[in-house]
Design a protein around this ligand. Sequence first.
Ligand code: C2E
Ligand code: MG
Ligand code: MG
Length: 555
Amino acid sequence: MNTDLLFKESAYYIDSGADINDIFRLINYGVQQMGLGIIFFNKEKKCVYANRHAFSMFHSEENLEILSDIFHRWISSLGIDVAAATWCRMFKNHDRERLYRVRHRNVIDSENKLVGYMYTIQNLSEIVDNGTGEQYRLTHDELTGLYNREGFNESARNILTDTDKNYIILYSNIKDFKLFNQLFGLDRGNDILINIGDLLLQHVKEDDVYARINGDHFALMMPKDRFDEKQFKKLVRAVTNKVTSKTYSLHFQVGVYDIKDPRMDISLMCDRAYMACKSIKKDGVCEIAWYSDEMLVNALLEKEVLSSFDFAIINRQFGIYLQPQVYEDGTVFGAEALARWMHPENGLLEPGVFISVLEKADQIYKLDRYIWELAAQQLSAWKDTGLKDISISVNVSPKDLYYLDIKREFTDLVNRYDINPGLFNIEITETAVTSDVNKCVKLILELQKAGFKVEIDDFGSGYSSLNMLKDINADVLKIDMGFLRKTENPRRAQVILNYTIDMAHELGMDVVTEGVETEEQLDFLKGMGCRMFQGYYFDRPMPVNCFEDKYGQNK
Ligand code: C2E
Ligand code: MG
Ligand code: MG
């Protein structure tokens, strides 16, 4: 299982031909200086080796069987899973108590066969207040032996009180670490965290404070003048190299908070570093982002959006604006329904403020269902009016594909409001389609069979547009002119646009160009054979009654 995964430190590897006793002695020689106790068990769980420290730590005679017996009785009295990677517990003997940190490793030979088990035991009693271990446990992380959140806060506070140096806090997250645990198991996940802890210990200097705050989040406080991004990335790469896999590689996201006011609460500083960390969208092995006050404003805004969202839906604070879709002579054939939040305190909010927040929080489906229903009601209200042939397009968020049965949602609306599905157009963004092409191919076919028109929104904004077209047979491609404005190479973009329009027509799709702002752009697009448009040049999105007033009469 998972043999492509090389855990270079989760187990000790030995040569299959080597004499095991020689190897034990060699390892022992290496750790003797550090005062660690070592106990080896063979694969039958018989104790085959222990060093002096181990005997004395467990007050045992130099007899392996007796030591093994004491050791196992101790473990079973603690109710600990023997194979757990690392743990810290008190060992009581007569009237003395000591705090031991025990680390468990499998010993594996070069043919990947289990040879035995090794325990290293570290006596932490000296660094523990009056030998109770209580204070140590309160301030340290059991798994890695680093500080925990409390220990970090306390030590960081002590350092900041005594210095006038400028410090920074780094806060790291491992991208998709939950997924790693799911794929490879908690033990391997723990091993990675231990390795990170070890590496941190090897690289930090004495005026650094480092901790595992929780899960896969580590924090480090260090003087700003010693932080070198390049060096830091190199170190992180060294950590990630410890885990090499065809299926998984570690991606670190690191947020940095530059401490301006050393009297501020340490946990608030960590929150800010974490905010910076969460702002990272890129996918590199080690991405670093510095905190800015704008992040705080955004985070507060996000919070506000999410906390008032349910209330806003219930109280019908959301509505639609309609933006006309026109032929080249300006006659209207349809409209796009765009969500607007009529906020009681903040006034009219545009989608830029709330759509991405709701998407991130997996709440967008609630808004979308609501907006689709408003659009269906509108089509129904227009049935016997001059606007009866006008279509309305609605947006489908990529997340909706996972939370909703899209086809059922739309057919239910059609039935409930007795409307023509041929006027109810469904916009799916290109990125949603590329995220799961097979699912979308099926969905689009089903929707078309039920009479709906499917539009691919924001076509050209992703990177796999052309490839996607061979699989997707949509009714309309919506191309956003915005991409012409954003490019550094408008000449090439124009050539691509020209061919895309031709190709879409060739494939039997209509093309709607969005974002048309000037007459010049319109002429240019007409020259390329584009016949359907949407953009400020014709009209901005407007309230429904304005749309009806403007376009209702001349129909
Ligand atoms: P979209 O679906 O591509 O909608 C077109 C956006 O372009 C609208 O912005 C529209 O006002 C804007 N636009 C139209 N013509 C022009 C122009 O000539 N120049 C410029 N610069 N912009 C133009 P809006 O209303 O702010 O919506 C932004 C995005 O929010 C939409 O992009 C869509 O992705 C999303 N959105 C809006 N309503 C909903 C909704 O109900 N559900 C979901 N899931 N997303 C929505
Ligand atoms: Mg759209
Ligand atoms: Mg669009």
